[in-house]
Design a protein around this ligand. Structure first.
Ligand SMILES: [Zn+2]
Length: 228
């Protein structure tokens, strides 16, 4: 982690690989999850490889391209671009960097210009992006609670209920706490907890609560998608 990113978020550290490491990380992830991603979510048949697509990734003041695998189901005439849990469609920043931005704003209380400096962006861009996430916090919390409740993680639930009523920072804190609780309970690998949650949530959450009319929503509604 660079000193700039570290200075963004002193309250909770996350590991952020350099841009050059993304392809390696993607290939390792694909090898580990190919067996579960190969079957078509609609018909269950094995899908064939359909080349790769270049995906732009920004982070830590640098950028790169990752060759992302595409899968095709011949009977269904569908093609899916296979994204890892830490890289979402339509978002050029990877997930670990988003978490750092949100934490810098809602945990450390930093100004937009301070945050923008750390990621080599403009204050307006950073503000717009973080606020886009803010709109989803309540939905994400409901979704995480839905997953946690039947498994009895009473501490996390009680904590969320008592703290989540007061503003965005509390919403975010509650969410981080929930993601951590679920990731720990299931021993899902991932750093930060949001990545672990994204990796594991499709197995236990039947439907995403992200508004279905959005790009994310369309993507996440699909079986095998990765709800936040
Ligand atoms: Zn199919």
């Amino acid at each position: 982690m660079s000193w700039r990113t570290r200075s963004l978020c002193s309250t909770r550290m996350v590991s952020i690989p350099s841009a050059a490491a993304w392809q390696q990380a993607y290939d390792a992830w694909w090898t580990a999850t190919e067996a579960t991603r190969r079957p078509c979510p609609r018909c269950g048949r094995r899908r064939v490889r359909h080349g790769r697509r270049a995906r732009y990734v920004e982070g830590r003041g640098e950028s790169t391209w990752v060759a992302v695998i595409r899968l095709r189901c011949r009977p269904c005439h569908t093609v899916e671009t296979v994204f890892p849990p830490w890289l979402w469609p339509y978002l050029s920043w990877h997930l670990a960097l988003w978490v750092v931005l949100c934490a810098a704003r809602w945990e450390a209380g930093q100004s937009w210009s301070q945050i923008a400096q750390g990621v080599t962006s403009t204050p307006a861009t950073v503000r717009r992006c973080v606020r886009a996430w803010q709109r989803h916090l309540v939905g994400w919390r409901q979704q995480a609670l839905q997953a946690v409740a039947p498994w009895g993680v009473p501490l996390a639930v009680a904590w969320v209920v008592t703290t989540a009523a007061s503003g965005v920072a509390a919403d975010w804190a509650a969410l981080v706490r929930l993601w951590s609780a679920v990731a720990t309970a299931l021993a899902w690998p991932g750093d930060p907890p949001l990545v672990a949650w994204c990796a594991g949530a499709p197995h236990i959450v039947p439907a995403a609560l992200v508004p279905p009319h959005t790009h994310w929503g369309r993507r996440l509604r699909a079986a095998g998608g990765c709800p936040p």
